[in-house]
Write a protein that binds this ligand. Structure first.
Ligand code: CA
Length: 224
């Protein structure tokens, strides 16, 4: 899951990045509207966490811009202004939810989970292939009732492959799912993650195979 975090307060931003990363999210971070707009154009995100009071203007003004380009990313607005009028303004601008500062991280995570569970963004809570099941809410992969021990990045690769099971997933899409902008990434980093994941799935007798086409991408399918 990939998050775009737009927050200019350095301490809050770095705390949020750490919390989101611990919950298996890939985080791109922007400190102002200009940067947020650029990153939102460059990559697809599953959710946008948007501060209102930014150095170059009100965060809310970003939402109509994104929508005009057909970007339907769910938006959670962070605001210190908790008056009713501001809440209405947020929803009028196309925000999906808002959270008043200061907030508990647990509440933020709960709101994000709720946004990501909305039917338009997620068809089913559990994806299955072969003997493998993957719970999209708690991000657990199971084979025959046993939870697979996967690293954060292996989990992200598996989720991206399962969302398009039986179809080739381009390298660029997998890279986007697994690595944030600014991560130092070796050329074969994705292939290393896939190899480890593939071995774990075979060891667990998951009934699925990952096939790769060099330079193109990877495909997960059920074992015939
Ligand atoms: Ca701010």
């Amino acid at each position: 899951m990939r998050v775009l975090l737009v927050e200019d307060e350095p301490e809050l931003a770095s705390a949020l990045r750490a919390v989101l990363a611990r919950h298996d999210m890939v985080v791109d971070h922007a400190v102002d509207l200009v940067e947020a707009d650029q990153i939102a154009s460059a990559c697809a995100h599953d959710v946008l966490v948007l501060d209102r009071q930014l150095p170059d203007g009100d965060g809310l003004t970003l939402i109509p811009k994104l929508r005009a380009r057909g970007n339907r990313v769910p938006v959670l607005v962070l605001t210190v202004r908790s008056e009713i009028a501001d809440r209405v303004a947020g929803l009028d601008h196309g925000a999906d939810d808002y959270l008043a500062k200061p907030f508990a991280f647990e509440e933020l995570l709960a709101r994000l989970r709720a946004l990501l569970r909305r039917p338009a963004n997620m068809q089913s809570e559990v994806v299955r292939a072969g003997r493998l099941s993957f719970d999209l809410a708690n991000r657990e992969a199971c084979v025959g009732g046993t939870v697979l021990e996967l690293t954060r990045r292996e989990t992200l690769v598996l989720e991206a492959l399962l969302r398009r099971v039986g179809r080739m997933v381009p390298r660029s899409m997998l890279m986007e799912a697994v690595f944030a902008l600014g991560d130092e990434v070796q050329p074969n980093a994705l292939d290393t993650q896939v190899s480890r994941l593939r071995r774990k799935l075979v060891d667990a007798q998951g009934g699925v195979l990952i096939n790769g086409v060099r330079g193109v991408g990877y495909l997960l399918r059920e074992t015939p």
